[in-house]
Design a protein around this ligand. Structure first.
Ligand code: FAD
Length: 504
């Protein structure tokens, strides 16, 4: 038996990363019995943003959900591995730190490792925090290995992500989706038709005159938000008082310099520069505030600070940090840039696509589109975006930089209440709290708090139960285990050549 209200036609508008990730997930789970069709409309003439190449470990959940073969995925997208993000010049010019994907040390006697490290720090024995993180040590040594599953070893559960070519990723997922019944429709949408009774989107008409009808429309049309904004006027919440960057200039270049499994984020006078190593090239860009540096100056600065010959001209992108007030309205769900965008910092945007898809699958509608489910989806997505936003703001707020008006503004700006509370609690006894399932966990917040120079006034009193000598001994043991584990890891490129070389 099948519900009379089951969706018959799903239409995805847009074939960028968001569109093809959504298509792949629906191809995997929805089209199997042939009762629901999935059509993706995209326009080669409009194209995609063509950036978005650095991910976080949660992408492995998505890949597993699709049943992808990792070596094949890496070869076809010319990807590399990623163990951490390296932040250069954020706290102060000349200072750098890593935000690793895996944990620091190990919790002891029911107290977080972070508390023990803070005590050691307070004792003046300021051991490099990175020395307690296999991801950081591996990244510093340009090494990589996949987790070997071994219990009681840091090598057993290494957290990692990928850096891939955005264009190849969309193509890879397109092949996957089409093999599972998703139909691609080339063409530029000229008009959108709504049902006069309830305002739902009924169909889109291409410039060719072809009409594509649907029950559910997934708006993956990018910044323009063709359905969610231009048609349904869902509204946009502007967060640019905290996240000043409103432009990015991106430019790939030839390989050169480090091949460490990291994305590097280098703070600049009016924003920051990213460097993403792939197998065949480097992805680069400068995310900046147009109120503080002109587009021409930012482009010239980027060009002068590449590690290799440019492989294409500058790609200038304009955005406003924020999110759509409702990412699901009527029968339209916005996923990807159409739902919101903060900026590329911390590589969270592709993850937010993944969250949108998984929450949509969890709340999958029939043709009744019941409001409580839609409201719930919107509440969950609001939570996800706001918690990510606050984590990003921390990188700007907690800085000692005072070399330009840009850094002066962000250092002094008032921050959202949730972040203010997080910072106050950390400044008190160095504790981190994680609300519900917010994306960035204790390790991430700790790495960035410490990395940006937030210093707590004290440490968790529970750690005093362990004697100072015992503390020194155990901490030295952890450093030694991490260092020995890193020794057995092969070089990052050596690992790729042996397992998933795209250039062979
Ligand atoms: P787009 O790529 O813009 O795709 C929109 C699609 O809609 C296209 O196929 C277009 O042809 C189609 N379309 C639009 N209008 C019409 C129409 N009228 N008719 C037919 N088709 C239409 N994310 C990360 O996770 N990590 C990163 O490192 C990262 N870096 C970034 C750097 C920058 C500078 C920017 C701007 C973003 C970055 N992101 C990053 C975000 C990431 O790029 C996006 O989340 C991702 O690419 C998804 O984009 P999209 O598919 O929503 O939009």
């Amino acid at each position: 038996m099948t519900s009379v209200n089951r969706l018959r036609k799903v239409v995805i508008v847009g074939g960028g990363t968001a569109g093809w990730m959504t298509a792949a997930a629906l191809g995997r789970f929805l089209t199997r019995d042939g009762q629901t069709s999935v059509t993706l409309v995209e326009s080669e003439e409009i194209g995609t943003v063509g950036v978005g190449e650095s991910t976080i470990p949660q992408i492995n959940i998505f890949n597993r959900m699709l049943g992808l073969d990792e070596n094949d995925f890496i070869r076809k997208t010319k990807a590399t591995y990623k163990l951490a993000i390296e932040f250069v010049d954020w706290k102060a010019i000349g200072h750098s730190y890593h935000h690793p994907f895996g944990p620091y040390g190990i919790d002891m006697e029911a107290v977080s490792f972070h508390a023990y490290w803070l005590k050691l720090h307070a004792m003046g024995e300021d051991h490099d925090l990175g020395a307690y993180s296999l991801n950081t040590v591996g990244a510093r040594l340009s090494k990589f290995i996949r987790p070997n599953g071994q219990a009681n070893s840091p090598l057993g559960s290494i957290a990692y992500a990928f850096q891939f070519d955005a264009g190849l990723y969309a193509k890879y997922l397109r092949d996957y989706s089409e093999a599972r019944g998703v139909v691609r429709q080339e063409g530029k949408i000229a008009t959108v038709q709504q049902n006069p009774l309830n305002g739902h989107v009924a169909s889109v008409t291409l410039e060719s005159g072809q009409v594509v009808e649907g029950d559910l429309f997934i708006d993956c049309s990018g910044f323009r938000g063709l359905l969610i904004e231009q048609t349904l006027k869902a509204g946009y919440e502007d967060w640019s008082q905290w996240l000043l960057n409103d432009r990015a200039v991106a430019m790939p270049c030839a390989l050169g310099g480090s091949t460490a499994p990291v994305t590097r984020a280098t703070a600049r006078s009016a924003g920051w520069q990213w460097r993403i190593p792939l197998q065949h090239r480097l992805g680069n860009g400068y995310a900046f505030s147009s109120a503080h540096i002109s587009e021409d100056e930012a482009t010239a600065f980027l060009l002068a600070n590449l590690d290799g010959e440019p492989l294409a001209g500058p790609n200038l992108l304009k955005f406003t940090a924020g999110r759509r007030k409702k990412s699901w309205d009527k029968n339209v769900v916005a996923i990807g840039l159409s739902a919101g965008f903060m900026e590329p910092l911390e590589s969270q945007s592709i993850h937010l696509i993944q969250v949108g898809i998984s929450r949509l699958l969890a709340m999958f509608p029939d043709r009744e589109f019941r409001q409580p489910d839609i409201d719930r989806y919107n509440r969950v997505m609001t939570f996800e975006y706001e918690k990510v936003r606050d984590f990003l703001i921390l990188h700007y707020k907690a800085t000692t930089r005072n070399d330009t008006p840009y850094w002066d503004y962000v250092r002094e700006m008032p921050v959202p209440d949730y972040l203010a509370e997080k910072m106050a609690v950390f400044e008190s006894y160095g504790r981190i709290f994680r609300e519900n399932e917010e994306l960035f966990n204790d390790t991430s917040w700790f790495a960035v708090m410490v990395g940006q120079g937030v210093v707590p006034k004290g440490y968790d009193p529970m750690v005093d139960v362990m004697s100072d000598d015992e503390l020194r001994r155990r901490m030295a043991e952890i450093r030694s285990v991490i260092a020995k584990s890193a020794e057995v890891m092969p070089g990052h490129m050596e690992f790729i050549r042996a397992n998933c070389d795209a250039m062979a």
